[in-house]
Design a protein around this ligand. Structure first.
Ligand code: XMP
Length: 512
């Protein structure tokens, strides 16, 4: 395995991901407890992450001596390079100006890290992001790649198997970065590269058992992939100490509530409390048109219902959540700085404090596509695992203006036709999210010999990797007209269909 020592970079988990992609198991440990993790794991190599500190400053984080002197291969990235140099007897200085963004480096010498990948004399694109730089190499090191801004872009000590770079190989803007990391793990550290998601599952099951002991865990199912994968994994670990709660607020897509209930009850035999509170939600949403007011009502009411159900089963010490790594980064990067709330996201965030519960979040290190892979590993049906993301407040934020059961029903029908056509055209997996929005606008139409006066429906489809940015999906030219015709013919209450051509930013994916 590989130990990744975290010095606080925003992208440390990306290093872990790249190592996993190379088929090697890795764990991330904060620098404060890295020595302990090193002893426990006995890893074949260690990667030292970037971080916001400056090694020049007193009290800056250091690499534990135990790791430095163990004789295992080391790979330092950015701050990791500076810490290595500083602690091994070289010199690091504060740069008068930082270097950020794309740069080209030239390979000036060979080293084991470059074997079968980079040759002397080649130029390669990398992503730089640093303020300080190495000005004097530690004994035994030589520069093996340089750039005008970074003469020590990559340094190597083949004898001690220590390598370090000023740029970030873990981000996609360094095109060969993943290969460099894999080369380190497999070629330099000698690991086989045959690790799979099956082993992640086993490791997490052990972690969950250790964390939870004999206590009870409660998990809210949203109908989405993340909470379902978390629940199935936790159930494998602790069996019926887990109870799932599914709050059906009547704002789900067509057939979704039934699918969730039957998957959990019949397929997995996981204890599930399903409550239908459609009337409660529809009554509360009557007359509410402001998007934030809708979100707040739904979030609060959801928590009230969840809490009541949790009390009925006698409470639980733990709340399980399907939090993913992008959710963690977003919330971390917003702490400490003023940030604008674009939308109040709906989750069960207020519950742990209110009910005095601890959190179980087994997916915290994973990215969406890895969660899908884990879901497949756990035997979740493909149609469920590959499902597009769906927001907690459901159809309510796809009905600008007032929400009612009647409007939800119209939207559900139209949405189902749209998705059916997308699946039939084989486009579902190429799209991040596709959905219909029912507008509070009526327009005039003609059907047969009669005048119609009905709702406008908007269709949206975007591509994205994490939902943070999105591009409009470009359908083949005959696709949208066919969908529009079907919807107007088959869905009573809609007589016009439009397509949303706005990217994110400036638009958001959902309309509210
Ligand atoms: P926006 O609309 O902000 O959405 O571009 C980005 C992604 O987040 C989803 N989304 C939500 N997910 N609770 C959720 O669990 C919410 O309140 C919520 N609002 C938006 C949205 O569907 C998209 O995938």
């Amino acid at each position: 395995s590989i130990l990744i020592v975290d010095f606080g970079s925003q992208v440390t988990q990306l290093i872990a991901r790249r190592v996993r992609e190379g088929g090697v198991y890795s764990e991330v440990a904060p620098f404060q407890s890295a020595a302990e993790a090193f002893r426990r794991m006995n890893p074949a190599g260690v990667i030292l992450s970037g971080g916001p500190a400056s090694v020049v400053d007193a009290g800056s984080p250091t690499i534990p001596d135990e790791i430095l002197n163990a004789g295992v291969p080391l790979l330092g990235i950015c701050y990791g390079q500076q810490a290595l140099t500083n602690q091994l007897g070289g010199r690091v200085e504060k740069g008068s100006s930082g270097e950020f963004g794309s740069a080209f480096i030239e390979v000036t010498d060979g080293c084991a890290l470059f074997d079968a990948l980079w040759q002397e004399g080649e130029r390669h694109q990398v992503w730089m992001s640093h303020g300080d730089k190495v000005t004097e190499l530690a004994p035994g090191f030589c520069a093996v790649a340089t750039s005008p801004g970074a003469p020590h872009a990559v340094i190597a000590n083949d004898e001690r198997r220590i390598y370090a770079m000023q740029f970030h190989p873990e981000v996609v803007h360094t095109p060969d970065g993943a290969k460099l990391i894999t080369n380190f793990a497999r070629h330099v550290c000698g690991l086989k590269g045959d690790w799979t998601m099956a082993e992640f599952r086993e490791a997490k099951i052990a972690d969950i058992r250790a964390q939870v002991g004999k206590e009870k865990v409660i998990c809210g199912l949203s109908g989405g992939v993340d909470s379902a994968v978390a629940a199935v994994l936790i159930h494998e670990a602790i069996g019926d100490q887990l109870t799932c709660v599914f709050v059906d607020h009547g704002l789900m897509r067509s057939g979704e509530a039934d699918q969730v209930v039957s998957l959990f009850r019949n397929h997995y035999n996981i204890p599930l409390i399903a409550v239908n509170v459609e009337t409660l939600f529809m009554n509360g949403l009557a007359g509410v048109t402001d998007p934030e007011a809708k979100r707040k009502f739904i979030g609060k009411t959801f928590i009230d219902v969840f809490e009541e159900e949790a009390r009925k089963i006698g409470g639980a010490a733990f709340l399980a959540q399907g939090t993913l790594y992008p959710d963690v980064i977003e919330s971390v990067s917003f702490t400490g700085g003023p940030s604008v709330t674009i939308k109040s996201h709906h989750n069960v965030g207020g519950l742990p404090e209110r009910m005095n519960m601890k959190l179980v979040e087994p997916l915290r290190e994973l990215f969406k596509d890895e969660v899908r892979e884990l879901g497949r590993e756990l035997g979740l049906p493909e149609a469920f695992v590959g499902r597009h993301p769906f927001p907690g407040p459901g159809l309510a934020i796809r009905i600008p203006g007032e929400v009612s059961k009647e409007r939800c029903d119209i939207l559900r029908k139209a949405d189902a036709i749209y998705l059916e056509e997308i699946r039939a055209a084989g486009l579902y997996d190429a799209i991040w999210q596709a959905f219909a929005v029912l507008l509070p606008v009526k327009t005039v139409g003609v059907m047969g010999d009669g005048r119609t006066y009905d709702h406008v429906l908007a269709l949206r489809a975007v591509t994205s990797t994490d939902g943070m940015t999105a591009a409009v999906f470009d359908f083949p030219s005959d696709f949208l007209p066919r969908v529009a015709t079907r919807i107007v013919n088959e869905v009573k209450g809609v007589n016009r269909v439009v397509y949303d051509y706005t990217s994110k930013p400036p638009g958001t994916i959902e309309w509210e």
